[in-house]
Design a protein around this ligand. Structure first.
Ligand code: ARG
Length: 265
């Protein structure tokens, strides 16, 4: 079930990136509530989340270091040299003339990734990025921040089957425990408790969606924003009893750090 959904999401991301048209995989119900943004969010301000990255395959990411973007494994095809990805920084409007872009030169996909867990990857930039409204986002290295209220952001669909967005959208979602997220009314054991973290409302309405994948979920730490999750999967978007499922960064923090070192930054 999960693999099937992840595959669909990958397909949707590719199709969406190629056409910038609404995700054709899921049909919208006629009575879908019309909710603006991420799903159920609002427009972010310039400079509010200076680590947010838009990737040309139709995913999000977070700036980890001046040359590394942390994203989802399901957004990339494999580890190896790769100059085909364009990353956009320093703007909330993807068409802004002050946006900064970089090409990739290498992709590192989490070792062992098979569509089930391990949903993280690095994209290395051909040259370091810096500038106004550009900054890195530290990752959490402990489980201490794996609770509370999280912020999500991205240029993905503002509703299930909706179009990709020109302006960055944001929202906040509450932590959902593994026990609740894996209960029969939610994902019934489909969540890998140690490696994934859920967030959303039981009543739905606010969520990440197709095209937000790879983007960060973050919260305030001791001195500013800390990344606790990576947008990974969900059943539709913002449905009741279907929280968003995120890669649990604390579980992978050592692996992420050593990968970054091996990638030179
Ligand atoms: N896998 C999706 C993507 O490729 C993201 C799905 C997030 N879904 C959710 N309901 N939170 O963009």
């Amino acid at each position: 079930m999960r693999r099937w959904r992840t595959l669909l999401a990958m397909l949707a991301a590719v199709v969406t990136a190629a056409t910038m048209s609404p995700n054709p995989v899921q049909a919208a119900a006629a009575d879908d509530p019309v909710v603006p943004y991420v799903v159920g969010g609002s427009r972010a301000a310039l400079g509010e989340f200076p680590f947010m990255v838009r990737l040309s395959m139709g995913c999000g990411g977070a700036l980890y270091s001046p040359t590394l973007v942390l994203t989802a494994a399901h957004c990339v095809s494999r580890t190896g040299a790769n100059s085909s990805i364009t990353a956009t920084f320093g703007a909330i409007d993807l068409q802004s003339s002050s946006r900064v872009t970089r090409k990739s030169n290498y992709v590192y996909r989490a070792p062992g990734y098979n569509g089930n867990g391990d949903d993280w990857a690095f994209i290395r930039l051909a040259s370091p990025v810096s500038g106004a409204n550009i900054a890195t986002l530290p990752i959490t290295t402990s489980t201490a921040y794996d609770t509370g209220t999280f912020t999500i952001a991205g240029w993905g669909a503002a509703r299930e089957s909706g179009a990709q967005q020109r302006y960055l959208l944001k929202a906040t979602v509450p932590f959902v425990s593994d026990a609740t997220c894996n209960s029969s009314s939610m994902y019934a054991g489909g969540v890998i408790a140690a490696e994934e973290i859920c967030a959303g409302y039981t009543s739905g309405g606010v969520d990440t969606c197709q095209g937000d994948s790879g983007g960060p979920m973050f919260r305030q730490g001791a001195s500013g924003w800390v990344q606790v999750g990576i947008v990974s999967w969900g059943d539709g978007c913002a449905r009741p009893n279907k929280p968003g499922v995120y890669t649990q960064v604390s579980y992978y923090s050592s692996a992420i750090r050593s990968a970054a070192t091996s990638l030179g930054g």
